[in-house]
Design a protein around this ligand. Structure first.
Ligand code: BGP
Length: 458
């Protein structure tokens, strides 16, 4: 073993309710925006596949958790579906959902796998979105009540919680770039939604800290923003990109305040969100205990080639252009850049500028289209995924050597699952899932990961 990880390193994977549970509306699950969007615009979804069945974790969780144990997981991040626990988002708790989540949590613990539980992974109850979603503070109240129920029901056994997964994604998708419901393009609303999400987050952190002893954090997709050159214009472009896409969530979550230059920028363009008295203090007082970092690819940024038309609607991209760096390594099966050192740069940044907050890689993974082409004697020989994970782990190991407070590595994802508009296009799992039969088959990476976690390194 040349890369040994610290004792107790978290080896595991992550998944989310909407993407794995399936079972349609069985067990009294309420509608989410995804069910609604699929009903109204099925063509938006890859192959026309919607969220009703996904990977049937609802019925097969026992088999899946057994498989997690088999490949050496000591931790697993799942999410609770708000719409399953409280159909409609407010009101009565659904007893069947309580039974289901109790069963899953108890089964994980029985197998020696620590459940990390996330409260919100893109799956807004439809009724809450109809009230305006995160634009409306009443929805924040409903979310806080939902969180209180979760803590009261499961907090005796679950001691690692997350408020949100990638809260920027519903903002980008739903309010800027048209890939999530309610698919409107309006930067002013986008910033309001982003801001209110952080208020919801801080209020839940506050509730948890007042009443429980465990840890609570947030999961952010951090995308290091690398400038094309060291020219002032490129540096400025990458700085602004970083403010919008990383620091708008990272700073309030970890430091309890927004970057001054982000506030100035929004003010200058008349896009500051509406705030309420007490918000600033709330954020200040309720920072996270730990940070989940989802890392897939960096951003490559250059100065704007053409100044934006000042009469066009304001967008973050007024300030930078994406840059296709010559020679960058691409994942040929998903079209995303592979840059393993990104995890190291993120961790060093957290060490030096964010008080070395406790963190872990909460998602990292390699999506592959038509992965069955790598099937050999009944098993998917995913050596590319092994190389991908190894490459990232090497840099993570280096960061730990240099004093970063990095506690674990979770792959996205445990088994192939349904992904938002991409449905089953990109496969990420340690286990392949046949979506017709729901049969699970370990890929080569699963046995490799089993060795890694057993040896606590490779
Ligand atoms: C992350 C999300 C996951 C998952 C993953 C893969 O941003 O947290 O929910 O979807 O991306 O994305 P895709 O399936 O589009 O390749």
């Amino acid at each position: 073993v040349t890369h040994k990880f610290p004792e107790g390193f978290w080896w595991g994977s992550a998944a989310s309710a909407m993407q794995t549970e399936g079972a349609g509306f069985e067990g009294g699950r309420g509608k989410t925006t995804w069910d609604h969007w699929y009903e109204t615009e099925p063509n938006r979804f890859f192959d026309g596949v919607g969220p009703e069945t996904t990977s049937d974790f609802y019925h097969r969780y026992k088999e899946d958790i057994k498989n997690m144990k088999k490949i050496g997981h000591n931790s697993f991040r799942m999410s609770i579906s708000w719409a399953r626990l409280i159909p409609g988002g407010e009101g009565e708790v659904n007893a069947e959902a309580v039974t289901f989540y109790n069963n899953v949590i108890d089964e994980l613990i029985a197998q020696g796998i620590e459940p990390f539980v996330n409260l919100f992974h893109f799956d807004m109850p439809l009724e809450m979105q109809e009230k305006g979603g995160w634009e409306n503070r009443e929805v924040i109240d409903a979310y806080v009540t939902y969180a209180k129920h979760c803590f009261a029901l499961f907090g005796d056994r679950v001691t690692t919680w997350f408020t949100f997964n990638e809260p920027i994604v519903p903002v980008e998708g739903g309010y800027l770039y048209d890939f999530h419901y309610p698919n409107i393009v309006d930067a002013k609303k986008a910033f309001q939604v982003a801001y209110n999400t952080m208020i919801a987050h801080a209020r839940v952190v506050e509730v948890y800290h007042k009443n429980y002893d465990g840890k609570i954090g947030i999961v952010l997709n951090l995308t290091p923003s690398y400038p094309r050159s060291q020219n002032p214009a490129d540096l400025k472009a990458s700085h602004i990109c970083d403010l919008f896409f990383n620091r708008s969530f990272l700073d309030p979550a970890v430091k309890g305040e927004y970057p001054e230059d982000l506030i100035e920028l929004l003010k200058e363009h008349g896009h500051l969100p509406t705030t309420q008295e007490g918000d600033r203090q709330l954020l200040k007082d309720n920072t996270v205990d730990l940070l989940g970092v989802n890392y897939y690819q960096p951003r490559r940024v250059k100065a704007k080639e053409q100044l934006p038309n000042p009469y066009s609607p304001f967008m973050p991209d007024w300030f930078f252009d994406n840059y296709e760096m010559p020679g960058r390594r691409m994942n040929p099966y998903r079209g995303w850049e592979i840059y393993e050192k990104g995890v190291y740069d993120i961790m060093i940044n957290l060490r030096d500028n964010y008080g070395n907050i406790e963190s872990f890689i909460s998602e990292n993974g390699m999506g592959v289209q038509n992965e069955e082409r790598f099937l050999k004697d009944g098993r998917i020989e995913d050596d590319y995924r092994i190389d991908f994970i190894k490459g990232h782990l090497k840099w993570l190991h280096q960061a730990i050597q240099e004093g970063c407070n990095t506690k674990g590595y979770h792959l996205w994802t445990f088994m192939d699952n349904w992904s938002w508009m991409n449905a089953y296009k990109n496969r990420y799992g340690f286990y392949a899932v046949n979506i017709d039969t729901q049969e699970r088959t370990a890929k080569k990476s699963a046995s490799w990961f089993e060795e890694v976690s057993k040896n606590n390194g490779f």
